[in-house]
Design a protein around this ligand. Structure first.
Ligand SMILES: [Zn+2]
Length: 411
């Protein structure tokens, strides 16, 4: 599986003497300058020429192509103190977007994200997907996608591509879910063409935690180039960002904190192993330890999670100990991961974020015991992304790809 590019970058080189490649690279370069403008910044063609170090004539010609492809639009700009006719600035076309989607154990979700990465609309639908046939889940997601496509058309939005995140290992090239134990899927080919019909669309398949890590990256300080994202759901996923790029590893396993072994003699895990972090700190494991019984379906899981919060609010056992135990185990896994990957920032999403006030004391104490030399400068953050993180990350990545390769949309 190839490593995924995480953000729009300026194309900087091309084969010497190959005019086609030079123009492709320059289109991307001009677009990256326009995309990098701040919220209130509007670059004119002259600004773009200066920033891209291209001639004004080249920039005018390249901008004409980008305008014709609908990737950018002109906008009148009044600069401070200026009178008379406004000058013409260029911005990413706000009427072009990408659809992000997610299949998780308890829900399906889809949303529209514009080329700047802003979430325009989304819908999350509770659905029991464990052991459901992939074709049924895809059909339900296709209906959700269809509703958003209709809404997009009504608002004059054009969808240029899509991304789908699933809680498992994926073969991106073949649109195959290799292993998603919490869905009960193995070597499952997905008919993604039916999700987003359209001739020019680009579609990519992501691991859920990797997509969430990419969404989280946009919220981080630019200096924060290395971090581990840990997503807590029924399963526990991990996404590793190294030097501002997602590092998935040659087979996509990198960062999979959920299957780090914490208790060698512990419970059997969905991955076929034993004693993984997921068997202690996954949602089902916490609910079971909290005395909230076996999960029957997703509706009852949501009810039990509410019961867990009620028990925690009033400090009832065994709920408090169950979450503390999860925090302790998470601390052991994080201590090892921080040493192994040499990262000092870990961002927690999903139920780890919503359980923060009860989880954090045990997590920090565990980190101090198991990695005293790094506990002092460890940055343990909680993600605000919630259930939209994976679909936003998937869509932003595809939008980033489109901005890097605008020639594909230039006629
Ligand atoms: Zn496991």
């Amino acid at each position: 599986m190839r490593q995924l590019a995480s953000s729009a970058r300026a194309a900087s080189s091309s084969a010497p003497g190959n005019v086609g490649d030079v123009r492709k690279a320059n289109l991307a370069r001009v677009l990256s300058v326009i995309a990098a403008a701040g919220e209130d910044q509007r670059f004119s063609r002259a600004d773009i020429a200066q920033l891209s170090q291209l001639t004004k004539a080249s920039v005018s010609s390249l901008v004409a192509d980008l305008l014709a492809a609908g990737l950018v639009i002109e906008i009148g700009v009044h600069r401070d103190g200026e009178r008379g006719r406004p000058s013409v600035g260029l911005i990413l076309n706000p009427a072009r977007c990408v659809m992000g989607m997610e299949i998780n154990v308890d829900y399906i979700a889809a949303g529209l994200v514009d080329l700047s990465g802003k979430l325009l609309a989304h819908e999350i639908l509770p659905r029991a997907n464990h052991s459901a046939a992939a074709s049924e889940v895809l059909a339900a997601l296709g209906e959700l996608s269809q509703r958003l496509q209709v809404a997009a058309r009504a608002q004059g939005l054009m969808i240029l591509g899509g991304g789908l995140a699933v809680p498992g290992l994926v073969d991106e090239e073949r649109y195959t879910v290799l292993q998603a134990p919490n869905l009960g899927w193995e070597r499952q080919d997905l008919d993604v063409a039916a999700l987003l019909p359209g001739g020019r669309t680009r579609f990519r398949l992501f691991n859920e935690a990797n997509a969430s890590a990419l969404a989280q990256q946009q919220l981080m300080d630019v200096q924060e180039r290395d971090f581990l994202f840990v997503s807590g759901e029924v399963g526990i996923g991990g996404g590793l960002i190294i030097d501002a790029e997602l590092f998935a590893g040659p087979q996509g396993h990198a960062g999979e904190l959920g299957h780090v072994v914490i208790a060698p003699e512990g419970r059997a895990c969905s991955c076929g192993g034993r004693g993984c972090l997921e068997t202690i700190a996954g949602q089902e494991a916490i609910l079971a330890s909290a005395g909230l019984g076996a999960v029957v379906d997703s509706a009852s899981r949501q009810q039990r999670i509410q019961q867990l919060f009620q028990a925690l609010e009033i400090g009832t056992e065994p709920a408090v100990s169950a979450v503390a135990e999860a925090g302790k185990s998470l601390g052991i896994a994080v201590a090892s991961a921080m040493r192994l990957y040499d990262v000092s920032t870990v961002v927690f999403g999903g139920h780890f974020a919503s359980l923060e006030q009860w989880l954090r004391p045990a997590l920090e104490a565990s980190l101090r015991v198991h990695a005293p030399s790094i506990a002092g400068h460890a940055r343990l953050l909680c993600s605000p992304l919630g259930q939209t993180g994976a679909l936003v990350g998937a869509a932003r990545s595809v939008a980033g790809d489109l901005l890097e390769t605008p020639h594909q949309l230039v006629g």
